[in-house]
Design a protein around this ligand. Structure first.
Ligand code: HH2
Length: 288
């Protein structure tokens, strides 16, 4: 496979030297905000807005100014509600190459949102600090090995090929996490480098996404940090009809409840609004 190196390619490892950036963020004693940067023409939430490199970089800069702690950059839409157009690893890297160096230079940790081991390895070698795999190490057989080799944290997200309204979604999520954790252990990924994510909207009916949020605290039994990405997802529309870019209220409600239930990280499109909501909620809690 051809390797597309971004200009200014830095073969640095996120784990060299100082404390791992995500570990440091997780000790701050407040929720960590991950801002979403989709470099895709077809994302369900913001498709096409930031496909142009200059707009993508400007948006990344804006997310940092608004208070994002991490930038999650992805170049293949996962389209949780179906209709995703699969792209090759080369195409993913071609989309990322003009953007990644500038995003890495913004000074906050970058996570690479990809289900392909070769893309993850390439972005991590360029300086990304976290792997975000929406198939929880279970899609690409090389993913666990590539992550282990770099010693970086990985977000293990629950997913299913198709939603099944008949199943106990919490039992399915727990069984999926157990499989991912066994794969991680076999590959040599340290357990303290794993973040678990119930995958709101992925392989779930909208009702099951709501259940996963309502029962999030059950997942604390794994003893690992939890990430929740409810931002603009379709279950919000079920409760209160609105197109994706008009779901900020529902997203914030979901993330405040997720944090109260134990989420350490929230993955959001609307960073300024989320940061404000989290700060106000914390101030009220702190005054009790
Ligand atoms: N959701 C999306 C993509 N990546 N990663 C994690 N860990 N958790 C999530 O909930 C999650 C994710 C889907 O949202 P978006 O990136 O806006 O859409 P698309 O995949 O269509 O680009």
């Amino acid at each position: 496979m051809s390797q597309v190196h971004p200009p200014g390619f830095k073969a640095t490892r996120a784990t060299d030297g100082a404390q791992q950036p995500l570990a440091r963020l997780l000790t701050l004693g407040r929720p960590v905000v991950m801002g979403v940067l989709n470099v895709t023409p077809d994302s369900f939430s913001d498709g096409g807005h930031f496909f142009d490199p200059e707009r993508a970089i400007a948006h990344a800069r804006q997310l940092v100014a608004e208070g994002a702690d991490i930038l999650d950059i992805g170049a293949e839409s996962t389209r949780p509600y179906g209709g995703a157009v699969a792209v090759s690893a080369d195409e993913e890297m071609r989309r990322l190459a003009p953007i990644l160096p500038a995003v890495l230079d913004l000074g906050i940790p970058v996570s690479i949102d990809t289900m392909k081991a070769s893309v993850a390895a390439w972005a991590l070698d360029a300086g990304a600090a976290i792997a975000n795999d929406v198939w929880g190490l279970q899609r690409d057989p090389d993913m666990a090995r590539e992550v282990a080799a770099r010693g970086v944290p990985v977000i293990v997200m629950h997913n299913r090929e198709a939603a099944d309204p008949a199943i106990d979604i919490m039992a399915d999520i727990a069984a999926f996490f157990s499989r991912s954790l066994a794969m991680a252990e076999r590959a040599g990924i340290a357990r303290d480098r794993i973040v678990l994510d119930p995958g709101i909207g992925f392989g779930k009916t909208p009702e099951q996404s709501i259940i996963a949020l309502a029962r999030l605290a059950e997942l604390k039994s794994f003893g690992l940090p939890l990430l929740v990405g409810a931002s603009r997802k379709r279950f919000i529309d079920l409760v209160s009809p609105a197109p994706p870019d008009r779901r900020v209220g529902g997203s914030i409600a979901s993330h405040l409840i997720a944090v109260a239930s134990g989420a350490a990280i929230v993955r959001v499109h609307d960073v300024a609004e989320t940061v404000q909501a989290l700060r106000v909620a914390a101030a009220i809690e702190g005054a009790k």
